[in-house]
Design a protein around this ligand. Sequence first.
Ligand code: MN
Ligand code: MN
Length: 365
Amino acid sequence: MQYGRTTLSKFIIEEQRQSAERDEQLTALINDIQTSCKYIAAAIARGPLQGAHGSNATRNVQGETQQKLDVAANEIMLRSCEWGGQLAGMVSEEIPEPYSIPIEYPRGRYLLAFDPLDGSSNIDVNVTVGSVFSILRAPRGTEPATAEDFLQPGSQQVCAGYALYGPAAMLVLTLGRGVHGFSLDPEIGAYTLTHPNMQVPEETNEFAINASNERFWERPVQRYVAECVRGKTGIRGADFNMRWIASLVAEVHRILVRGGLFMYPRDNKDPRLAGRLRLLYEANPMAMIIEQAGGRASTGRGRILDLVPTSIHQRVPLVLGSKSEVERIERYHREFDAGTDEAFASPLFNAKSLFSGDFGFGNRG
Ligand code: MN
Ligand code: MN
């Protein structure tokens, strides 16, 4: 066993020492978050033994079926983070309104938004899931937080991170000075620095998208995917692999380690929704992490971190990963919106769908 390795607690203290923004409340808050993630990791690992897998009859604010572990992970985050006096309020995927800090506890100067369990439809098949969190400053100090207080652009985040419950449990975070990954050492129960200064590799031949939604995508996305699928014989001149785990945390982690592109774009499957993923506790924290690692995160039409949220559970289209690939998709959106997208006019383009048949692009409009 190696002694004296950098645990997450040690890393945060040393990080704060080096920065001008030394703040013990923030250190304590990140400690409470990592405690939550250890509890959740343990609950997931013991899940099938305790009958904690499976779904509840309940639905969350998004109308999605709640898994038992969605509810348990939410409780764990609330109980672990409410008591310490660092928070003015919390927003969770599983709660319609902001969570008020109980009056028996002091309040602090930070806001926490989280997805307690991401990818929870993967639980029963024992595939990697995670938790995602975002820390903001409370704009009105220690006053009880309102929904409006959370409506800050992602560029204001103080810290963003995710925990990943996979073959190894990990916690990856950024405080705005690079992205660092910690692996949970089960022998001593401590997240330990194993992936300092993670960088999104620029070279990529992988993309991830739920291809069953192909017919609902906007044409810039259809164009991008069609070009990748055409491989060596197409305009990209290279073969690509397609991935889809249906867990944002697992997708982002793969991109941090191996490069690539993830898309949950806007589509017309449900015209009421602007996208699938939630801005405050999915897109924003992941966008900060990806940008801090040298990548890019976009709606396809603009930088995620510049968006001013309009509601706490707002959904957005999300394209993130290797910078040049995200920029290519943004260019395809610009060309489409400007009507200068020559690829669509070309007979070469109107060849094949992903799996067969015609793309059926129809008329522009
Ligand atoms: Mn999620
Ligand atoms: Mn979730």
